[in-house]
Design a protein around this ligand. Structure first.
Ligand code: FAD
Length: 567
């Protein structure tokens, strides 16, 4: 008897095969703008389905290693990474995954919507990047921070062109050294101290507990300027060159040696993101340059970076969900179970269809966050800034949670094969789990949303969007319109009552629930807006999303019937 070998489906084209992505671009960029982006997107999609898939597998199979000493006993603290990781690095530069929104050509072509194109690049690039999407996010955050007018021109000119270079030989990425072992969420407990040196630079001393992209050429480190006092507001962002080549203090050291005063204690042994070097790093009078005036409380400046990395996190979540869906869908076509092809099982189709609704919602939310970011950066649009203040944490927290629950289903949809390492499937779940943790856990972001609502009136732009979307929904579906209008009214009441007593234990205990309700309602509105523009898939997704997340109804039957339209 011949041995059965399961056929494996070929990789799908993530751009051509993603109708929602393409129609989203058509709407946000216009036909000419979308046409101008197509070449870039098709090139990246081809790389993703080919060489980058192989690079991704190589990087996963060969995690980074830390070499502390050279053969003669000299401390070198070198992080060796795989060829696959290097290929991902080069591809990120070549495809302008970080650079695009900063390139004058791109801003000329797409204006504020250059961020929409970048989101599409990330959507394609992230899932098969062996989490190089993390250094990409931090490099983008650092570039946004360096772009602030408060930053010294000389510092900007020295570093920004490298962060946004599309030449792999020149391009660098950045780390972001914030978390200390006594506090990640609670930055107020940070104990890294910055002291001014006579030449205008600074020296940092302290211990950083979670430093991803530890192989990057620079990092943005938070430190407390000496004498500035307690709390988190006074913490200031500093640029720390990671290697001797960029440190004026490195006399006689090899260019690739760590900058003096920067010690890599060890690499973390993590649940996922295994190709990504995450280190514990000690700073002992390490050379640093301030990003803005350290005498002016700096946490607000650092938030420029954090907003960027949070919306990248949402893009990573949505991108991973869409890719997981594509894998699971393709597998269901080639796997046979009782009754025939798995893809013809009503029950399995309902499972996939429900996941497709979640993936569509996550995509719309991440996409909206990028569109707002572009309008803030290019047009200094105050309305977009007010909305982004609350959309960034909402998008990050709700998509992070969806990504984990979806990834668990994707793994299960492969049966036992989904649990076996060399199928590549288990990684989906491991890598998803970081998304609700870093850059603010769900609870911490929920408290941030509460602050935005109670101190910055951030509910107003959201409620306005919900009301407008309810009107847009009426011709599509009166039930959908009523659901959205009802959710908006309830949220308005809740916001009024929490604003009256923001510190009460009841309000604090309910912060997560409120944030998720806001995110679900906003997602409905965004899908409705896309549906009203004329997208049939979004119209269906909006109806099913609202039933699933606002009315808490079972959507299996519709998800099964309409799977083809939903994917
Ligand atoms: C793979 C990975 C990579 C990372 N890379 C980086 C990096 O490059 N740079 C960096 O700076 N950090 C990085 N981090 C660290 C990450 O940002 C922190 O772990 C995260 O912010 C949480 O901080 P913590 O670990 O101190 O947890 P804690 O703050 O101790 O949180 C523990 C629990 O308490 C909850 N909690 C905390 N405060 C409150 C509150 N006020 N109310 C209610 N609940 C609360 C949290 O939700 C969580 O469930 C990384 C983490 C991971 C897992």
């Amino acid at each position: 008897m011949s041995r059965f070998v399961q056929p494996v489906p070929p990789p799908v084209d993530p751009y051509a095969g993603d109708g929602l992505l393409r129609s989203w671009l058509e709407r946000h960029l216009g036909p000419a703008g979308h046409a101008a982006a197509k070449g870039r997107l098709a090139d990246l999609a081809a790389d993703v389905a080919g060489p980058l898939r192989a690079a991704h597998a190589d990087a996963e199979a060969h995690p980074p290693t830390l070499v502390r000493y050279d053969p003669w006993g000299a401390r070198v603290d070198r992080i060796d990474t795989s060829a696959g990781w290097q290929a991902q690095r080069a591809a990120a530069a070549r495809h302008a995954v970080v650079a695009l929104p900063y390139l004058p050509d791109a801003r000329g072509t797409w204006g504020a919507a250059a961020r929409v194109v970048q989101h599409a690049l990330l959507h394609l690039y992230g899932p098969e990047s062996a989490t190089f999407s993390c250094p990409v996010a931090m490099a983008d955050g650092a570039a946004a921070l360096l772009s602030l007018p408060e930053v010294d021109n000389g510092v900007r000119d020295a570093w920004l062109p490298r962060l946004i270079s599309t030449d792999p030989a020149v391009a660098i990425t950045s780390g972001q050294w914030m978390t200390e072992s006594q506090g990640g969420s609670d930055l107020g407990r940070s104990s890294t101290i910055g002291r001014p040196a006579v030449d205008g630079s600074w020296r940092l001393t302290g211990e950083k507990w979670f430093c991803s992209a530890a192989d990057a050429a620079m990092a943005v480190a938070l430190a407390r300027p000496e004498g500035s006092g307690r709390g988190s507001r006074v913490l200031a962002p500093f640029l720390v060159p990671r290697y001797a080549v960029d440190s004026p203090l490195a006399h006689g050291l090899a260019p690739g040696a760590p900058a003096p005063g920067v010690t890599v204690h060890r690499l973390k042994d993590k649940l996922g993101t295994r190709a990504l070097p995450t280190a514990e790093i000690g700073l002992h009078d390490a050379y640093a340059v301030p990003l803005g005036d350290p005498a002016v409380p700096g946490l607000v400046r650092a938030m420029t970076l954090v907003v960027v990395t949070r919306v990248h996190n949402a893009a990573a979540a949505a991108g991973g969900m869409r890719r997981g869906l594509a894998y699971a869908r393709a597998y269901a076509d080639v796997r046979h179970v009782a009754g025939g092809a798995l893809s013809s099982s009503p029950l399995h189709r309902a499972t996939l269809g429900t996941l497709a609704v979640d993936a569509a919602g996550a995509f719309a939310l991440a996409g909206h966050a990028f569109a707002l970011l572009g309008r803030v950066e290019v047009g200094a649009d105050p309305e977009a800034a007010a909305e982004l203040r609350i959309v960034a944490p909402l998008a990050k927290l709700s998509t992070g949670r969806l990504a984990v629950s979806s990834a668990s289903e994707y793994v299960e949809s492969f049966g036992g094969a989904g649990y076996v390492e060399d199928t590549g499937v288990p990684r989906l779940l491991r890598d998803a789990q970081v998304l609700p943790i870093w850059e603010g856990t769900t609870n911490v972001l929920s408290l941030d949303v509460l602050r935005a609502l109670t101190r910055e009136d951030a509910g107003a732009p959201l409620l306005a969007r919900l009301a407008a979307a309810a009107d847009l929904a009426r011709p599509l579906s009166p039930v959908l319109a009523d659901t959205l209008a009802g959710a908006a009214a309830q949220l308005g009441d809740t916001i009024t009552s929490v604003t009256a007593d923001p510190g009460s234990p009841t309000v604090l205990a309910g912060a997560r629930g409120l944030a998720l309700r806001l995110a679900y309602a906003l997602t409905t509105a965004l899908l409705v807006e896309h549906a009203a523009w004329g997208d049939e898939q979004a119209a269906l997704a909006a109806r099913l999303w609202a039933r699933r997340w606002l009315r808490h109804e079972e959507i299996a039957e519709d998800a099964h019937h309409h799977l083809d339209l939903l994917c």
